[in-house]
Design a protein. Sequence first.
Lengths: 383, 480
Amino acid sequence: MNFKLKDIVPQLITVLAVVLVFGFFTYNAQINMENRGIDFGYGFLSQESSFDVQFSLIEYDGSHSYFRAYLVGLLNTILVSVIGIIIATILGVIVGIARLSPNYLINKFAAFYVEFFRNIPLLLQIFFWYFAALRALPLPQDAEAMFGVFFLTIKGLYVPAFIWQNFNIFFYSIIAAIIAIIVIRAHAKKVQENQGKQIPVFLISIGLIFILPLLSFLIGGVRLSFEVPVLKQLATTSFIYEGGVSLPPELIALTLSLSLYTATFIAECVRAGIQGVGKGQKEAAASIGLTPNQVLKLVIMPQALRIIIPPTTNQYLNLTKNSSLAAAIAYPDLVLVFAGTALMQTGKAIEIVSITMFTYLTLSISISILMNWYNKKIAIQEK
Amino acid sequence: MSSINFLKPDRTNLNTFLYLGSFLFFISILDVFLNSFFRLNLTGFLPNFLSFLLPLILGFVGLYFIRIEYSGIKNLDLLNKHINTNNFNAVLSLLIIFIIIKSLPPILSWFVIDASFAGDTKDVCTGSGACWTYIKVWMRRFMYGMYPNAEQWRINLSFVALVLLGSVGYFATDKFKKYLTLYYVVIYPLIAFLFIFFFISGGPVFFDFSYGIIAAILSIIIGFFIPSKFKFYYFLIVPLALYVILKYFLFFEEYIELGKLDGLNWVETGAWGGLSLTFIISFFCLIFCFPIGMAFALGRRSEFPLIRYISVGFIEFWRGVPLITVLFMSAVMFPMFLPEDFFIDKLVRAIIAISLFEAAYVAEVIRGGLQALPRGQYEAAKSLGMGYWKMHIFVILPQALKLVIPGIANTFLALVKDTPLIFVVGLLEIVGMLNLAKTNPKWLGFAMEGYVFAAIIFWIICYAMSKYSYNLEQKYKTDR
């Protein structure tokens, strides 16, 4: 038995210190809660919340439980994160590629964008968009329609609502298209590996994703109509739009600033990734007769993605965590609804803050597991 | 074939195409320029749609005409190489030029031409431009928060002194160079702390905090004389023990009175604010998060499993949660964890929270550097008979830290950019002061000016920091 005192003692002392600190905290918390007459427990989650939330994806009002309020906040957080991630990725990839452009003007323009937005605190940007830029928008009665159906006003963006008939058939057709694309991609990969033939997967995919839903309209009896928002007068000077979907200005300001800010970091990741692929790879690919498009698609991108994905995952995580700044402009996200309003009402500081932190931990860990899985899939398969 | 050649320049017909192309290009730029600066529309006689697109079409044709692989004219070749390589690039270049020309007049007029600078009431701000008077009037609040006007020289003096003391490293002669690390790690923070503690606060604000600082610095100084064999145990036990002894056994009410300087009014931390608070918080968090992060980076690579698990748990926990919830925790949850009579100032709580949060990021960055070092470095150091601490202090960390300068700089930048979040605990640094000023009934409607002002300040700070880190990186770069 190679039991060494030298190995055991430091570990024991560290663990002891940690346990002592935690014990100290728990002991104090117990005494404090006893003194203030608060009892520890998560039972409050099923109680009636009796506060309202301005913007929610699921049905909610004051008569629902605190748990429902938590769900509303969580869904709003996820909504902002998903929209932000999508826009930031598109913008980031474009800017990242633009930074490598041989065109001097485009290059400098992209560099200016990156340097400008990444050096200003995100909170300041959110405030700027929400309190300064979006406040300059017209009142509902003065708003001009964009393309006749969108109304960008100080009270938010009004867009037409989709009204579906037989929506499930349309939905199934899209799922069918996606499955078909996955199957075709796998098949194309196999064909390419075995016979070296290239199947135009991209064209086929585009065709499928348009044709199958189109078929569902023609055959499946799916009907789509739009409900265009209409201006309605509430009082002599007060107008609102009715019908359609309204996106509150908080959501617009938040997604705008989050995606503009995170896109700068993603752009840098993309640039580093493409620059990280050796020049020899490009030249070798060109010398065996691949076209520039093929070089990009078959040689550069697969290698660049390996460099790009891990740091980009971090940026996605940052965006998700930064979405909690929503609380500063009163967008009802998890922090504002749950760690703000619900905490004020119930006074259950420990429970609520711990639930909030645990939720963010879970979100972060699930995104990183997802991206790790993807990263592993595209990593070099060493033989 | 000939028709295509007809539209493309070559060496023989270069001049014709060059004159025609430059003329068209010039016309298109001129049209946009006049349109945006003087509101003249040269092409007003055309239908609206065509008049709108005409500069683009003219410019495109012009650029197409002058595109030639090699002309021998230096400027033309440069132009072709940089902005005119193919049709797509030409259109993009034109669009960017147009955007710049179009956006210059409104920006200039808002910032300078129509802006008001004079006076000190709202009445002077009648123009359509920015109201810099607002910034001028509120300047003291934006810089110093609610700190009393008569006492602001204390902040100024402290900052000037700290900057001067901080720049000692540049003027040190070779003889003193070896003491610089000791100076920057131990003495400078102590001086900085004393300045903030005695001079800016002028009272017992940091008293509790000061025990921690004194304990840490004392134990570091004594630590230099402890044989490396016991250093681990030493640093595990002594700082905490010193703190407890200082706090609970040497605690006398009179010491609080000692902390006050005669003739200085006590300014509580609630009144601190503005840009100076941004600096104070960033400064302290920088100082604290670095050693904590280093400790956890080493802990994560320790050979003792329990220490490793604790470090991993710590790092992943802080990295997984947003800073705003950490500050929430420090504001509403942390007081519950402390004994009833135990009060920690909210500024100190915010500093602790931000330091722990950023320490996790610093730890990951340093771990990257540690992992990037080749095994040979460890083995060489061990074969020379170095112990764990000696090996890390003299061989591993200097190399690893050199490798991760960009990463650390990024983390510090993130820290500076995160300071506005302290509004959660009720402290108002510059962005918080802006939001306060914005709601003042006498000065409604100047949100834009305030945010632009703060954005410029933050941009300058962050850009300077990133350039400085780039210089450092170049300076310490060693080829492997």
